[in-house]
Design a protein around this ligand. Structure first.
Ligand SMILES: Nc1ncnc2c1ncn2[C@@H]1O[C@H](COP(=O)(O)OP(=O)(O)O)[C@@H](O)[C@H]1O
Ligand SMILES: CC(=O)N[C@@H](CCC(=O)OP(=O)(O)O)C(=O)O
Length: 294
C-alpha cells in the first residue's frame, strides 16, 4: 500500500485528520477474521500504536469467533449460528469465555505492550463494565419474524464505562473481551460488534470502526459493482429484512445503528484483511469500506 512515491503525500494528507482526532475516542472492533495471520495482526497493532502516539484515545473491543470455533471442534462440538450469533449452551459459554478472555485478550494486550503501548485487558466482568441479559435471535421469514432462544447469548443491558474512562485518562489502551455478566453472576457470550457499539455510544466516541473479512457492504456480494460506500439507516433495516444483509453482517449493521442512536459520531465497516486498514480509514480523505449513517 505504501510506496516511496506516495509515502510523503500520505503523511501530508494525514495531518488535518491527526489534528481533528487529537484527544478524541475511537472504538475499534477487531474481529477474529481479521486476525488470520501474525503479519496482519502486527499491522493492526502498528495502526493502534500510531493512533495512540498522535494523541487519539483508542478503545479496542475484540472478537475471536474462529478461535472459539476451533476450540469447540477440539472438544468435539460443532458450531452453529442463527442470524450471525453463535448458539451457546453452558459448555460453549465456558469455552467462549476461556478463549476470548484468557487467550485472545491477553495476546492482543501482549502485542500492544511489545509495541510500547500500555494496554490493559478487561472483560465485561471487570468493574461492572458490561451488565448483560439474555438475547433472543430474530429470524426473518418473508414479512414475518420470530424470536429464537440460542442459549447463553447476551445483549448489553447496561455499560459502566468508569473503568474505561479512568484507563484512557491515565494513558492506557483498554482492550475488551465481549463477555457480559447477568444478574445472577452468569456469563453471557455477546457478539463483539454489539459490545463495541454500546461502548462507542456510551463514550460518545468520534468513530466506531468494525474490522471484518470483506471490503464493506454489497447489495449482492457476488457482484463487486454493487458495493455500498454509504448506507443510510432506513435502507439498512430494509436490507436486513430482505436478506440482502445476512449472517455475520447483521450484528455489524445493527451495531452501527445502535452506536449512532446512542451518540457515536460516525460508523464504518472496513476490511481488516487489508494492510493498515485503520489508518487508511482514519487518516485519508476518501476512507475505505462502508460508512453507515443516520
Ligand atoms: N450484504 C453483505 N455485504 C457484505 N457481506 C455480507 C453481506 N451479507 C452477509 N455478509 C457476510 O458477512 C460476513 C462478515 O461477517 P463475519 O464473518 O461474522 O465477520 P467478523 O468475523 O469480522 O465479525 C462477510 O464475510 C459476508 O460473508
Ligand atoms: C454470540 C456470538 O456470536 N458471540 C461471538 C463472540 C466472538 C465474536 O464476536 O467474534 P468475531 O467478531 O470474531 O465474530 C462468538 O461466539 O463467535
Amino acid at each position: 500500500m505504501f510506496t516511496p512515491e506516495n509515502k510523503a503525500a500520505i503523511l501530508v494528507e494525514a495531518l488535518p485528520y491527526i489534528q481533528e482526532f487529537y484527544g478524541k475516542t475511537i472504538v475499534i472492533k477487531y474481529g477474529g477474521n481479521a486476525m488470520i495471520n501474525d503479519d496482519l495482526k502486527e499491522k493492526v497493532m502498528q495502526d493502534i500504536a500510531l493512533m495512540k502516539y498522535v494523541g487519539i484515545r483508542p478503545v479496542i473491543v475484540h472478537g475471536g469467533g474462529p478461535e472459539i470455533t476451533g476450540f469447540l471442534k477440539k472438544v468435539g462440538k460443532q458450531s452453529s449460528f442463527v442470524a450471525g450469533l453463535r448458539v451457546t449452551d453452558e459448555e460453549t459459554v465456558e469455552i467462549a469465555e476461556m478463549v476470548l478472555d484468557g487467550k485472545v485478550n491477553s495476546e492482543i494486550v501482549n502485542l500492544l505492550n511489545r509495541r510500547g503501548v500500555r494496554a490493559v485487558g478487561l472483560s465485561g466482568k471487570d468493574a461492572g463494565l458490561i451488565a448483560a441479559r439474555k438475547k433472543l435471535a430474530t429470524v426473518y421469514e418473508g414479512d414475518e419474524s420470530k424470536q429464537v432462544d440460542i442459549g447463553y447469548v447476551g445483549e448489553v443491558d447496561k455499560v459502566d464505562t468508569a473503568i474505561v474512562e479512568d484507563l484512557l485518562d491515565q494513558g492506557y489502551v483498554p482492550v475488551i473481551a465481549p463477555i457480559g455478566v447477568g444478574s445472577d453472576g452468569e456469563s453471557y457470550n455477546i457478539n463483539a460488534d454489539y459490545v463495541a457499539a454500546e461502548l462507542a455510544g456510551a463514550l460518545e466516541a468520534e468513530k466506531l470502526l468494525l474490522l471484518t473479512d470483506i471490503e464493506g457492504i454489497y447489495k449482492d456480494f457476488n457482484d463487486k459493482s454493487t458495493f455500498i460506500s454509504t448506507l443510510h439507516l432506513p435502507e439498512a433495516r430494509q436490507y436486513i429484512r430482505e436478506g440482502i444483509i445476512a449472517g455475520g453482517m447483521i450484528p455489524k449493521v445493527e451495531a452501527c445503528l445502535k452506536a449512532l442512536e446512542q451518540g457515536a459520531g460516525k460508523t464504518h465497516i472496513i476490511d481488516g484483511r487489508l494492510d493498515h486498514s485503520i489508518i487508511l480509514e482514519i487518516f485519508t480523505s476518501q476512507g475505505i469500506g462502508t460508512q453507515v449513517v443516520r
